[in-house]
Design a protein around this ligand. Structure first.
Ligand code: A3P
Length: 345
């Protein structure tokens, strides 16, 4: 059920599969077409649903996942705003909860041959998909069977308001990751331009910045996304652990131990003394992961090159891109939006 012209379809075919989003399945068509819509950064459109912006493909994943995903008690869901370091945290959580199965982080570890996004799939982007104008309802039993003794790991960019009810009401745990918005913006700008086919015009920094400040970005507005989880983490700290990329970079050891405790997989004194925390951090470090063959040359099942998830992996790279005026504008906007919440960047 195409909603676009032939010319646009022709261009869309240059994109990786996950961005060829011109079809809307019958089940969600009326709803999706009734939503406010803006031009996307990469995919043709962003649609506003429950206050947040999603691509045409993603919005269908959001709706499908809301309708069909039933969380179980030992599910762990990693939630993030896009470009907050999701890839890093996926690798850390995977190696942490599976460390008794895969104690050797130098040889034979799944992360050496598999990209973190494959090991910890996104609900709305990887599992609850549309294919050839049909909804795909995934069979999660194989994921759950393989992780009976540990935790079943999923991830999402869904805002809190859009989480499936069962996620909110079951004892499953949520780990939220955010990052300072100036680095998120710069990372997102690079990411969307890297995914663009050579022949397409790149997004300018100015036009993208304007959109980001208006909240029109992937799973944006950024501040509302973070605020939603921040509030729940304060009210229910046993349910949501709120992490910040910048703080994790500063004190990785402390945060990984905190994460392990929160998930119910604390490191014993013996493990700490053996260097197990450091080994996991080394395995998941930017330098190590980004230099693995699978992440240099491999692709996601949906067609994205794995290397697009690794760029610089540093705090403060925004200084190389934003003018002082842009930085000031975004800082005061975010400060105003978060005022009184206790959340600061
Ligand atoms: P930069 O573009 O600033 O380099 P996400 O994983 O949410 O898509 O976020 C991508 C950002 O995380 C990119 O930031 C990327 O370089 C960084 N990143 C990826 N792997 C990392 C790792 N192992 N450690 C630290 N940062 C990492």
């Amino acid at each position: 059920m195409s909603t676009m012209s032939k010319e646009e379809n022709h261009q869309l075919s240059d994109l990786p599969e996950f961005l060829q989003d011109n079809d809307i399945v019958q089940e969600f068509k009326d709803l999706v077409l009734s939503l406010p819509r803006e031009k996307g950064w990469l995919a043709s459109y962003l649609h506003q649903y429950q206050g947040f912006w999603h691509t045409t493909r993603q919005i269908q994943g959001v709706l499908s996942c809301q309708k069909y995903f039933k969380s179980l008690d030992n599910d762990v869901i990693l939630v993030s705003t896009p470009k907050s370091g999701t890839t890093w945290l996926k690798a850390i959580i995977f190696s942490l909860v599976n460390r008794s199965t895969f104690p050797d982080t130098k040889h034979n570890h799944p992360l050496i041959t598999t990209n973190p996004h494959v090991l910890v799939p996104f609900l709305e982007l990887n599992l609850y998909l549309t294919s050839k104008s049909k909804l795909v309802i995934p069979d999660l039993s194989s994921i759950r069977k393989a992780t009976l003794d540990s935790a079943s790991l999923f991830s999402t960019h869904l805002p809190y308001v859009s989480l499936p009810d069962s996620v909110k009401t079951s004892p499953c745990k949520l780990v939220y990751l955010c990052r300072n918005p100036k680095d998120v913006f710069v990372s997102l700008w690079h990411f969307t331009n890297r995914l663009k086919p050579e022949s397409w015009a790149k997004n300018t920094m100015e036009e993208s910045f304007e959109k980001f400040c208006n909240g029109v970005s992937l799973s944006g507005p950024f501040w509302d996304h973070s605020l939603g989880y921040w509030k729940v983490s304060l009210a229910s700290p046993e349910k949501v652990l709120f992490l910040n990329y910048d703080e994790m970079k500063k004190e990785p050891f402390f945060h990984v131990k905190k994460l392990a405790e929160f998930l119910g997989f604390p490191f014993s004194l013996q493990e700490e003394a053996n260097g197990d925390v450091s080994r996991i951090l080394e395995l998941c470090s930017f330098d190590n992961l980004s230099n693995l063959l699978v992440n240099k040359n491999g692709k996601q099942p949906s067609g994205e090159e794995n290397k697009t998830f690794f760029r610089r992996g540093e705090v403060g790279d925004w200084m190389n891109y934003l003018t002082p005026e842009m930085a000031k504008k975004l800082d005061s906007l975010v400060e105003q939006k978060l005022h009184g919440s206790g959340l600061k960047f």
